[in-house]
Ligand binder design. Structure first.
Ligand SMILES: [Ca+2]
Length: 200
């Protein structure tokens, strides 16, 4: 509940108006007029306090939104998933073309911090079972890497995956919304829909 302190000055006005009213021969209407003025000043003071409170509540809630990330921070057509911005394409492209497409949007192929939040989003929007994300096989020495150079966590491969990297057959990373864990490798030349990410 909003508690409004009545400033001392308004209480003084109230008291003075009563004194004037007592001494005035026309005290009936004068008294009413003075009371009306005091009441309206009190109402204005209350409204000012109320708006101040509203503004501070609005500022606080904005800070909360900023802490957890919010949709207005993802530029269109990217969509917020937890605290990341993704765009799931409608078109199908080879992995390298998909990367160019994402870069042309000001982003890159996705490197999701939370693969399972992205998986939930893909299920939600009824995306195809497999979509490109930003990882490739760089050869026996470096192995599977995200496009930022980080190693792909082996625990995130779907059962019996990666299936083709060592044969140089399937060197690009896709996320499967129908598997757990979610990562899979397929031929980079396959045409799939893809997930771009915009880094804030
Ligand atoms: Ca595979």
């Amino acid at each position: 509940m909003l508690v409004v302190k009545v400033p001392a000055i308004y209480l003084s006005i109230l008291m003075v108006s009563r004194v004037i009213a007592k001494e005035n021969p026309y005290n009936g209407s004068f008294n009413k007029l003075e009371s009306a003025i005091v009441v309206s000043q009190l109402v204005m003071a209350q409204q000012a306090e109320y708006f101040k409170k509203l503004i501070s509540v609005a500022k606080e809630s904005k800070n909360c939104i900023n802490l957890r990330g919010s949709s207005y921070e993802c530029p269109y057509p990217f969509t917020q998933v937890v605290d990341e911005c993704f765009y799931v394409s409608k078109s199908l492209l080879k992995w390298e073309e998909a990367r160019q497409f994402c870069q042309g949007m000001g982003g890159d192929l996705a490197i999701p911090r939370n693969l399972y939040a992205l998986k939930a989003h893909l299920i939600e929007i009824k995306a195809p079972r497999a979509v490109w994300i930003g990882g490739t096989y760089l050869g026996p020495e470096e192995g599977w890497r995200w496009i930022n150079g980080a190693s792909v966590n082996e625990e995130e491969w779907s059962p019996k995956q990666p299936s083709g990297a060592r044969k140089n057959l399937a060197n690009c990373l896709n996320i499967r919304r129908d598997r757990h864990p979610v990562l899979d490798d397929v031929l980079c030349g396959n045409k799939l829909r893809f997930v771009c990410q915009y880094s804030l």
